[in-house]
Each structure stands twice: as C-alpha cells, then as structure tokens.
Unconditional design. Sequence first.
Length: 275
Amino acid sequence: MAERAGSGKRRGLVVGLVVAVVLLLVLVPAFVTSRPGYFGRFDDLKSKYEPWKTSTHVAARCQDCHVAPGLGSQAAYAVQSIGGFYAALLVPSRTPKHFASPTNASCLACHEDLRSISPEGDLLIPHRAHVNILKMDCVECHDYLVHEISPEGAHRPTMAGCLTCHDGDTAKNTCSACHTSKGTPESHKADDWLIVHDDAAAREDCDSCHAWTEDWCVDCHAKRPASHTDDWRAVHGEQVAKRRNCEACHDAAFCEKCHGIVPPLNYDPALKLVE
C-alpha cells in the first residue's frame, strides 16, 4: 500500500515537472515575442523598429496592428511566433516573416471614432467617408505613420500621397477641400498675377504652400493657357491689344518667329521676361 502511494506520488511529480517544462518552453517564447523590442534584434526589421520607437504607436504591440483582432487570429499568431522563436535560435539570421499589413479591423479596434478633422485642426479628413463609403484601406493613406519617417522628417502622411487621388479628376483638389486655413491668397486673385508672379516669387516663400511636389511650376507652365483656344492665332492680336502679357511666358524671339519684330502695341520694355 505504501509502495503504491509512493509510486503515485512520483508519477505526480514527474507529470508536474513535465507540465512545468512544457509551460516554460511555451510561455517564455510567447512572452518574449510579444515584446516589440524582440524584433529589433533582426537586421531586416531594425529599420522598421527604430522609427516605431518615436511614433505615436509606440505603446502598441506588433500583433495589435499586424494581426487581425479576435482570439483565433491572435492565438494563431502566438503559435507562429513561438515557432519563429526557436527557428531563430537555430538560425540567428532568420528574420520572422509573419507580419501582414494592418487591416481596417485592426485600426478600428483603437481608432473607432473615425475623426473628421486632424488633431491640429488644420485639415478636414472625413475618415468615415473614406472607410465606410469609399471602402478604402487605412494603409492606403497612412504612409510614414509608424515604421518610416517622411521626407519632411515627420511621422505623418505627405501631401503628395493625398494627391494620388486628389488630382482634380478622381477627387477634388481645391485647397479648401482639405485645408481649413489655406485659401487662395489675395495676391493670386489679382488680374495681373500671371504677369507679376515671377517677381513676387523673389519676395514670397512659395514653398510654404507649393512644396508638396517637385517642379510644381511645371504643373501650370506645361499646360496651354485657357485663353489660347483653337483660333488663338487668328484672334490673339485683338487680345494682345487689350492687355500685353505675352512676356509672362514668351521671350521676344518667340513673337519674332512670325512677326519678324516684337510687335509694339502696348509692350512694356520694363516687364521682366519669364525664360
């Protein structure tokens, strides 16, 4: 009887020891891989980890964003992470490959308010329209938010990214459509703005509004002016007589190609030419 009791006690100790070892082998890697710092040790992920440390998402774990919410998905990720932990012990250079792009469900687990204006109050951003109506993915717009630094050195999307859709065709591109404090400056509304804007550029910081794209001047200068209709060659003489602004785009040699000379009319020799 005593022998049977002793044997049962030993079995219990063995089972308990086995369970403890199994739990140790499972829980330790599960805990370690749940810490974002664990992935900073991999060379291929270091470039993503470092920007994350200065982002607004520094309190979020990798699985909070890169794994779909729900017990099943999170459990599957934990199992995969444990396997990756031991694989990395055998091959230290092996980078984990189980990070999917964040889904809207992951984003909305925290960002359920779908704000309609930026935190600073300077941008109108109808998130509900983009997500619920247009069925867009959050990651389509939110570049540089967590794992990258923008060319401007910030953790926020660039205006160039917005203009991928807001090009005037796919979506409206007027300043007031998004900017709460940026409208057309009064100087730009002047009748002679196209003539004098080159001089004004020497005094004003054009980049404060126009720096969102390279060579932004070309956006206008590469287009045929609205006044230059199909019959422009026949009617341009009448228009030039009313207001001479050819020099805003053309130098004197351009007119000489047809006229032989620079037409006198109301030509102002003091007007600076735009080369």
